[in-house]
Ligand binder design. Sequence first.
Ligand SMILES: [Zn+2]
Length: 250
Amino acid sequence: MTRHTGPADAPWIVFTEACIAREHPRTDAPVVRRLGSGDQVVGPCHVEHATDEEWILADIDGERAYVPRWNLHRIHPDNQVVGNLPYGHEIVDRWWGLPIEYEPDDLVVVPKEFCDSDPKEYRLRSRAIDALLDMLRAARAEGLDIRVGSAYRSGPYQVGLYTRAVDRDGPRQRYSAPPGHSEHQLGTCVDLLDSEEKFVLVDEFKNTPHSAWLEQHAARWGFRRSYYPENVAETGYISEPWHWRYHGRR
Ligand SMILES: [Zn+2]
């Protein structure tokens, strides 16, 4: 996987109610401009070494300003389509994302027997769920009960998850994706876990036979793990042995 590229003039869009552009990349620096939901800025992403916070260095009406990245999302032009995005070609990472309102129209509920104990319903796009169920049945035939613990998540739902993560762990956190920048919004990704739910969204999942089986066989059904220790710089997210994305069957 390589880091996705896009046009340098693609705007960053404010998704929070308020957003304060400042003279320096510090939350106590003087205010340049107060921005609101839907406002747009253009500029490169600056990572402040002292805080590990990301700021967009923008020109706002001729004034140089730093805008908090954790108030912004950015849409890759290839994701501006009418209808569903093509499987396996969707561009979603920390820097390029989907319109927050993007929702595939072919989402299907994952049967309960393949889900974790949470009463929530999980949904996936039609081809992704067909491949997933074939894969999970094959694993069961070999004695491994692998369950779904998360699947499609809407853009607005991700706003809540991300906002809570930033409130709890600060803007430097890297485990929760900004809205529009989560692969879960594609409807082609699942978080997988063991049926006993001993290893839920933890790195130790990689040591389970369930994980070993997926690493060895998932590609046969068109699933690939998205986040490895080796591609943290490319994707912008932590290593996640539980997160699998459908790219299409070979
Ligand atoms: Zn995930």
